[in-house]
Ligand binder design. Structure first.
Ligand code: NAD
Ligand code: UGA
Length: 469
């Protein structure tokens, strides 16, 4: 029986390993983490992440060939294949701060693997890392290895949150990069054999290590670039009377461009797009490629511009002052069908509104009050470095309320901002909401999900991204 151990029981490690366990009943999979509470949650009925279909998969395998444990060293030492799926956040201090990936968690995992290993192992980079990380990891492992053979593979993950189980079940591709030596190729084949239990062979791509590492950063950069492109167009639509949905549709019908990922929004969020592009920019700068770095930097700048534009629109529409006004925030997660708030555009926009002294009443069906308050208390990039946590200022605490109901959030509000495209926001009784709001009542739709004409008929003043005013 092959034994797999995954270090890091997060959004990637948990679902990915659960899928391997489901599809490979003869492989024993242990997911380990230093976070006691996270492992306890994986072993409970309340999994630490909300993901459609995940609970069923975990329940089918847990205790049979899928185990969650804090006994990191034992499981690593027993495994044939060790996946490393720890967080790789943006550095907040020192060289490359605000851009470079912080590989401290990765390095500590690699050193631990070197310390506890007694047999040959394949070590798989699952985390998203800078190009050439495998070389650094190889050095750490081989210099401490007591003659053990370690083969490093890069096997980046492409799942998106909210659709993780579907993405894992039916991936567009699985990418495996390895050394071009006989041992490297053997390791690639061993990992390929795991995925081949359910992924058609022609969808398993094999490359050299550096291509695999860079392809992950490139894929996220291309995806984010599409959103910044359509968001840049949304500003031009508002200035000219064009409608961004119509423009996206017309552009996306070109089969060379394609219709996906062209929804204008208040900005992209999530734990990876910004971090991975900044990482890419840093690598370009380190290689003297200033123009290439500046090209990708612009994707982030347009995203920041889009969030600022939204704040400015709210303030300027509401007669240039929102001081003391109640603004309802519908949706805080970075996209629908997830409770994840990492780098959600809602954080920056809420902070902007708070900066103009608004009172916020926030509702998201999957995000807790504690999470929202934590998010609004943190500085940029600190969220994945838990030691930097700062308490929310007392004034901010007074300015922010969190409710468990959209109607409660919008009661007596002057304006409503929609930040997440939850389906339930499409079918709210907007007449009832209007009746209970202060007048004039404003709606600022950051996801283009409401029926603008219908809301205008009710009496709302409606602002939608990239739509005629
Ligand atoms: P996460 O923060 O949810 O999980 C990482 C886990 O690693 C945490 O639970 C942490 O406690 C644990 N950890 C850190 N250091 C450890 C150590 N030394 N030993 C044991 N456990 C340790 O992160 P995530 O969202 O799962 O992302 C992991 C990686 O995958 C990142 O590099 C990210 O860029 C990449 N990625 C994420 C997604 C996504 O949708 N979230 C998708 C593709 C790729
Ligand atoms: C993204 C990628 O889609 C995954 O392939 C990748 O594995 C992952 O990042 C990662 O490396 O972490 P994810 O961030 O989970 O996945 O979610 P997306 O669906 O990509 O959405 C990202 C952000 O873009 C969200 O805030 C979403 O609302 C926004 N978005 C997406 C738009 O504003 N418009 C669109 O048309 C699509």
């Amino acid at each position: 029986m092959v034994k797999i151990c995954c270090i890091g029981a997060g959004y990637v490690g948990g679902p990915t390993m659960a899928m391997i366990a489901l599809k490979c009943p003869l492989i024993e999979v242990a997911v380990v983490d230093i976070s006691v509470s996270r492992i306890a949650a994986w072993n409970s009925d309340q999994l630490p992440i909300y993901e459609l279909g995940l609970e069923e998969v975990v329940k089918q395998c847990r205790g049979k060939n899928l185990f969650f444990s804090t006994d990191v060293e034992r499981h690593v030492s027993e495994a044939d294949i060790v996946f490393v799926s720890v967080n790789t956040p943006t550095k907040t201090q020192g060289l490359g701060a605000g851009k470079a990936a912080d590989l401290a968690y990765w390095e500590s995992a690699a050193r631990m693997i070197a310390d506890v290993s007694k047999s040959n192992k394949i070590v798989v980079e699952k985390s998203t890392v800078p190009v050439k990380t495998a070389e650094a990891i190889e050095k750490i492992l081989t210099h401490n290895s007591k003659g053990i053979n370690f083969q490093i593979l890069s096997n980046p993950e492409f799942l998106a949150e909210g659709t993780a189980i579907q993405d894992l079940l039916n991936p567009d591709r699985v990418l495996i990069g390895g050394r071009e030596t006989p041992d490297g190729q053997k390791a690639i084949q061993a990992l390929k054999a795991v995925y081949a239990h359910w992924v058609p062979e022609d969808r398993i791509l094999t490359t050299n290590l550096w291509s695999a590492e860079l392809s992950k950063l490139a894929a996220n950069a291309f995806l984010a670039q599409r959103i910044s492109s359509v968001n840049a167009m949304s500003a031009l639509c508002e200035a000219t009377g064009a409608d961004v949905s119509q423009v996206s549709h017309a552009v996306g019908e070109d089969t060379r461009i394609g219709p996906k990922f062209l929804n204008a929004s208040v900005g992209f969020g999530g734990s990876c797009f910004q971090k991975d592009i900044l990482n890419l920019v840093y690598i370009c700068e380190c290689n003297g490629l200033t123009e290439v770095a500046n090209y990708w930097k612009q994707v982030i700048k347009v995203n920041d511009y889009q969030k600022n534009r939204f704040v400015n629109r709210v303030v300027s529409s509401m007669f240039n002052t929102i001081s003391g006004k109640k603004i309802a925030i519908l949706g805080f997660a970075f996209k629908k069908d997830t409770g994840d708030t990492r780098e959600t555009p809602a954080i920056d926009v809420c902070k902007g509104l708070l900066g103009d002294k608004a009172r916020l009443s926030i509702y998201d069906p999957q995000v807790t009050r504690d999470q929202i308050q934590r998010d609004l208390s943190m500085n940029k990039f600190d969220w994945d470095h838990p030691i930097h946590l700062q308490p929310m200022s007392p004034t901010a605490v007074k300015q922010v309320g969190v409710t468990w109901d959209a109607y409660e959030a919008t009661k007596d509000a002057h304006g409503v901002c929609i930040f997440t495209e939850w389906d339930e926001f499409k079918t709210l009784d907007y007449k009832k909401i209007f009746d209970n709001m202060r007048k004039p009542a404003f709606v600022f739709d950051g996801r283009n999900i409401v029926d603008v004409e219908k809301l205008r008929e009710i009496g709302f003043i409606v602002y939608s991204i990239g739509k005629p005013l």
